[in-house]
Design a protein around this ligand. Sequence first.
Ligand SMILES: [Zn+2]
Length: 109
Amino acid sequence: MLVFKCPYCGIEADETELNPGGEAHLKRFGPGSSDEELEGYLFNRENPKGVHFERWRHVYGCGKWFHAARCTATLEVFGTYSAQTFEPPKEIIDIIKAKRPGWKWRNLS
Ligand SMILES: [Zn+2]
């Protein structure tokens, strides 16, 4: 069972207290974008075996959205952080790199 620590209220919540919100850090496209960009934003998602960044809502707690970094293969949770970020914080990246040498997030080294 997945257990996340809500970064807002600090409670350790299992997945029955949370609602998943899909992939985190999507680049949004709206008016003025190409059909391909909008299609990609609406329908294309990562589905990795390994490190993944997701949106979760603490629905039976504080009600706020947050981001979580976890491994989809082992269910290991690397950390949670505010949803008001465009990319994972450095401390989360450092935790993942320490546990998964050679792993890279998008264009970060
Ligand atoms: Zn909470």
